[in-house]
Design a protein around this ligand. Structure first.
Ligand SMILES: [Zn+2]
Length: 235
């Protein structure tokens, strides 16, 4: 899934789109991707894909950089993608993000990149959710998805600490930035935004590399620490 820093991966994104289309078509009869209830009616023109009305209405818009709050069916789907390693769930999330991103609000974007997981995490999971989200968004925008960030080190203390200040300190300096970032306006994609420490460090690395950054995350947790334990294993 990952490639070298700065390599263009438009062909991979095209492959992904083909695979996703095939995956969606084999689901007969269609079921809600979030709750698995059979769907009486699938209206793909609505843009949210195969979500039942209940789950679709349960999607709660979040303030930027988030698209939706990390609650309900969306939270369940994200946990299935991240911790149960369900590729179908990951593809459904990627489709949701690409469909529902407010592209008008982004301004001109040169490239799409993502917050990378440590390689051992991506290997264990078999795929990297933020990379899949970025692929789908790149296809929607007609821009290349480029791996601009590398993980320098992983601090095991991150999984234990819930203090915002501590997390920011631990995450600072975590990412390296490819030279290809210089002078570009970069859309930075992540899956779940909890404290902002990881996204902030990634944005800082890109800006340090000469890019301007527009961050977006699929989900934003309510800023009260409620979901910290759920998100912590990946941070
Ligand atoms: Zn549902």
């Amino acid at each position: 899934v990952t490639d070298g820093p700065g390599r263009l991966t438009t062909s991979w994104a095209t492959t992904w789109r083909t695979l996703l289309g095939a995956a969606v078509d084999v689901v007969v009869p269609p079921r809600c991707v979030a709750c698995a209830e059979p769907l009486e009616r699938v209206d793909r023109s609505e843009g949210a894909g195969a979500w039942c009305d209940v789950c679709a209405e349960g999607l709660q818009p979040a303030p930027r950089p988030g698209l939706f709050l990390y609650v309900g069916g969306l939270a369940t789907l994200i946990q299935r993608a991240k911790y149960s390693r369900e590729l179908g769930a990951a593809h459904a999330l990627a489709r949701l993000m690409a469909d529902r991103l407010d592209t008008d609000a982004l301004g001109p974007i040169d490239v799409v990149t993502f917050v990378p997981a440590h390689w051992s995490r991506a290997l264990w999971r078999g795929f990297d959710l933020p990379a899949l989200l970025a692929d789908a968004v790149a296809v929607r925008l007609g821009r290349p998805r480029v791996s601009l960030l590398t993980v320098r080190r992983r601090d095991p203390r991150l999984a234990q600490t819930s203090s915002r200040e501590q997390r920011q300190q631990l995450v600072a300096g975590r990412f390296g930035c490819a030279r290809a970032a210089a002078g570009r306006r970069v859309l930075l994609i992540d899956d779940v935004h909890t404290t902002g420490a990881t996204l902030g460090a990634a944005a800082l690395a890109l800006r340090g590399g000469g890019a301007s950054v527009v961050p977006r995350t699929l989900a934003l947790t309510p800023d009260d620490g409620t979901f910290m334990a759920i998100d912590a294993p990946d941070q």
